[in-house]
Design a protein around this ligand. Structure first.
Ligand SMILES: NC(=O)c1ccc[n+]([C@@H]2O[C@H](COP(=O)([O-])OP(=O)(O)OC[C@H]3O[C@@H](n4cnc5c(N)ncnc54)[C@H](OP(=O)(O)O)[C@@H]3O)[C@@H](O)[C@H]2O)c1
Length: 308
C-alpha cells in the first residue's frame, strides 16, 4: 500500500518563541516535511533535520519566490513585529511587517492553493468586556492591534484563500537565543537580580504557554481546520497575580513587587485592560487541553535548568 505524501509545512518566524516551539514539534513528525524560515542564521538548537531558509519577509520578491519555489501545502505565519510600543513609535514599519507581509504571503499561498495559518492577538479587542470568544467585535486601541486586525481582514477578503486565524494572549516560555522576553522570564530575571519591579494590577489576561499555542496550531494544521480560533491558557488572571505566582513559584522576594495602575507607566501604546479568551471552541473541536499556569511554570523551570 502506498503511504500518504508528507505534508509540506513552511513556518515563518522560526527563530521566535512560537516559531522555535513549532520547529521542535514539527520536525519530529513523520507526516510533515518542514521548511523553517527566519531572519538571519538559524537559532534553533540541535542539528537541523529540515530545510532552513534565511528570509527577510520585508523582501517581497524573495518571500514570493520562496513560496513559489518550495510549494508548501501549508504556511504557518509566526513572524511579526510583536513589540507593542515599538509599533506605536514606528507605525510605518509595523504596517509593513504586520500587514504588507501578510498580504504577500496570503497572495503567494492563494497562487499555489496552499493553506495559510496566521497568528493574531487579543490586542485587536479594546479590553472593555473580556474574556472574548471568536465572535466578539474587535476594536483595537493601539497601532499594533490595528495592524493585526487589518491583517485578519485582508486574509478574510483574499478570495479563494484557505485560511485559519489563531488568536492568542500573553505568551510565555523559553527558547534559546530569544530576541525578546516575556512576563515570566522578566519577573524571574528582575527579582533574581534584586531589582524592584512595578507590575500593573489593572490588566487581565489568559497567559499562554508557548507549547500550548504551538500544539493548538498543529491541531488546526493536521485537522485541516479553517476560520478563527482562540488559543490561550484556560485561566483568566490579573497580570499582578501572574507576576506574584511566578515569583512564589521560583522562590523569589515578592516584597520587591510594587502594584501600579497602567496609566502610571506612561507606555507609548495603550493596552486593553481586560482581555483573556474563552477557549470552548478549541476545547470542543480540537480537544485542546492547555497546561495550567502552575504546570506551565514548572515546564519553564525544567527547560531553564536544561539550558544551563
Ligand atoms: N508574545 C505574545 O505575548 C503574543 C501575544 C499575542 C499574539 N502574539 C502573536 O504571536 C505571534 C508569534 O509571536 P512570538 O511571541 O513568537 O514573538 P517573537 O518571539 O517576537 O517572534 C517573532 C519573530 O518574527 C521575526 N521577524 C521579525 N521581523 C522579521 C522579518 N522582517 N523577516 C523575518 N522574520 C522576522 C523575529 O525575528 P528575530 O527573532 O530575528 O527578531 C522573531 O523571530 C505573532 O504573530 C504575535 O503577534 C504574541
Amino acid at each position: 500500500m502506498l503511504s500518504a505524501q508528507p505534508l509540506k509545512v513552511l513556518v515563518t518566524g522560526a527563530n521566535g518563541l512560537l516559531g522555535q516551539k513549532l520547529v521542535a514539534k514539527l520536525q519530529t513528525r513523520s507526516a510533515v516535511t518542514l521548511i523553517a524560515t527566519g531572519k538571519g542564521p538559524n537559532r534553533n538548537p540541535g542539528p537541523a533535520e529540515y530545510l532552513y531558509i534565511d528570509l527577510d519577509l520585508l523582501d517581497i520578491a524573495a518571500t514570493t519566490e520562496v513560496v513559489r519555489t518550495h510549494r508548501p501545502d501549508v504556511v504557518i505565519h509566526g513572524a511579526a513585529m510583536t513589540q507593542v510600543d515599538a509599533c506605536e513609535q514606528q507605525p510605518e514599519l509595523c504596517r509593513q511587517l504586520n500587514v504588507d507581509v501578510v498580504k504577500t504571503l496570503a497572495d503567494s499561498c492563494r497562487a499555489i492553493n496552499a493553506r495559510f495559518i496566521h497568528v493574531s492577538t487579543d490586542f485587536i479587542f479594546d479590553g472593555e468586556s473580556g474574556p472574548y470568544d471568536e465572535r466578539a467585535a474587535p476594536a483595537p486601541l493601539s497601532v499594533y492591534g490595528q495592524s493585526k486586525l487589518d491583517a485578519e481582514l485582508l486574509i478574510q477578503q483574499t478570495e479563494g484563500l484557505r485560511w485559519a486565524i489563531v488568536r492568542t494572549v500573553l505568551v510565555y516560555g523559553v527558547v534559546p537565543d530569544m530576541s525578546r522576553s516575556n512576563i515570566v522570564l522578566w519577573v524571574k530575571a528582575q527579582l533574581e537580580a534584586g531589582k524592584e519591579i512595578r507590575v500593573v494590577n489593572d490588566q487581565v489576561r489568559s497567559p499562554t504557554l508557548a507549547e500550548d499555542l504551538a500544539e493548538g496550531i498543529i491541531s488546526i494544521l493536521m485537522r485541516e481546520k479553517t476560520g478563527i480560533w482562540h488559543i490561550s491558557g484556560a485561566e483568566i488572571m490579573n497580570v499582578w497575580e501572574i507576576a506574584q505566582q511566578t515569583a512564589l513559584f521560583f522562590g523569589l522576594d515578592t516584597g520587591l513587587m510594587i502594584p501600579v495602575s497602567s496609566d502610571t507607566l506612561s507606555q507609548p501604546a495603550k493596552r486593553p485592560p481586560r482581555t483573556g479568551f474563552i477557549i470552548l471552541k478549541a476545547e470542543t473541536e480540537l480537544n485542546y487541553r492547555p497546561f495550567s499556569f502552575k504546570q506551565g511554570l514548572a515546564l519553564v523551570k525544567q527547560q531553564l535548568d536544561d539550558l544551563t
